[in-house]
Design a protein around this ligand. Structure first.
Ligand SMILES: [Zn+2]
Length: 349
């Protein structure tokens, strides 16, 4: 059979928006169904155990095979190996401490990640993934993101742009708010300026797009927070470009790093190669994107920052490899979160 791709593309152009929408949903379904979860499982297992088997509880290397467990791979039920630690007697599998543990339907995970990359809301994602509620998907989302956010970034090279931005502290979704009355969604802070109602988010980015983006704490950025957050990624070889906030200046001076500072009045935007326009643009894209959630609970803010970072990095290369990669990366890093630890957690920073 010969397929005239040009003809297909031409007919797609003629579809109305609703039809295009249906086509996209069809493609997500068709493409993720054909991707191989078996390969993903194998790669997780191989990379996780590249130094041999180790007990996830006591680190002992005295491991024996211990029966099998049933799971579904590529739509087929299969038996996978279970292991037992001779030292402490616990049993475990390749997926213990990963987001896939107890998740028997890997295909659903792939579809869900595709939905996350598409930016679909949870209810819509639930309909596409099938056999799962949007509440479960909320939990999947945060389990995956709390694994991904532990990934170490590379050290910064050369010029590093830094700028802090502030988000209103929010306990959205918390049943009891003891300290003060609930603010309306997306409401304004009562106090003017940067106060303890504001959560500081630092974005630091070098010209290779190595990006740090996390909360530093409540209120104005301090040099100690800066040091704790990214001190180990910086050296005297770096040149800092920041806004005019004095903590940046103090920090750079103490570390012996050159620094270029730019006032927010926008009168001087660049000094040759030096400017903070990349981080400023990153901030505006981030703020625009996060609006869709009608305010996020501060305790989840780092997860959303990670999500946005992933979206930024896969923006131009969304394909099956990326999805597999996300599942593998998300599962090589142990996730200790459970539904309850996520739900009951508090913002600490
Ligand atoms: Zn053990």
């Amino acid at each position: 059979m010969t397929v005239n791709v040009t003809a297909i593309l031409t007919s797609i152009q003629q579809l109305n928006p609703a039809e295009k929408h249906r086509l996209r949903e069809y493609l997500i379904d068709a493409l993720t169904a054909s991707s191989s979860t078996g390969t993903v499982l194998e790669e997780i297992s191989e990379r996780k155990h590249k130094a041999g088997y180790r007990c996830p509880a006591c680190e002992s290397q005295h491991i024996v095979r211990f029966g099998t467990y049933a799971t579904i791979v590529d739509g087929e039920p299969v038996k996978k190996q279970r292991y037992r630690c001779k030292a402490c007697s616990i049993t475990f599998t390749d997926l213990t401490n990963t987001t896939l543990y107890r998740t028997r339907r890997l295909n659903q995970w792939m579809k869900f990640i595709e939905c996350m990359l598409e930016g679909f809301f949870l209810r819509k994602s639930a309909a596409l993934v099938g056999n799962v509620t949007h509440v479960t998907l909320f939990y999947w989302r945060h389990k995956l993101l709390s694994s991904l956010k532990q990934m170490e970034i590379a050290n910064f090279q050369g010029i590093v742009e830094m700028d802090e931005t502030y988000f209103l502290y929010s306990e959205k979704g918390q049943r009891k708010i003891r300290d003060r009355k609930a603010r309306k969604r997306g409401g304004a802070a009562k106090k003017r300026g940067i106060s303890n109602e504001q959560v500081c988010v630092l974005v630091a980015r070098d010209r290779d797009k190595v990006t740090f983006s996390q909360t530093l704490g409540i209120g104005r950025l301090t040099k100690v927070q800066l040091h704790n957050a990214i001190g180990h990624k910086l050296s005297k070889e770096n040149v800092l470009c920041t806004d005019a906030w004095r903590a940046f200046k103090t920090y750079a001076t103490e570390k012996g790093m050159p620094i270029y500072q730019f006032k927010s009045d926008g009168k001087v935007r660049t000094k040759g190669l030096y400017h903070i326009q990349n981080v400023n643009n990153y901030h505006s894209r981030l703020k625009g994107w996060i609006q869709r959630f009608n305010g996020v609970a501060t305790k989840y803010l780092n997860n959303y920052l990670t999500w946005f970072q992933v979206l930024e990095s896969v923006h131009h290369q969304r394909n099956e490899v990326t999805i597999n990669d996300m599942i593998i990366k998300g599962n090589l890093i142990p996730s200790v979160e459970t539904y309850d630890t996520l739900r009951l957690s508090k913002f600490t920073n």
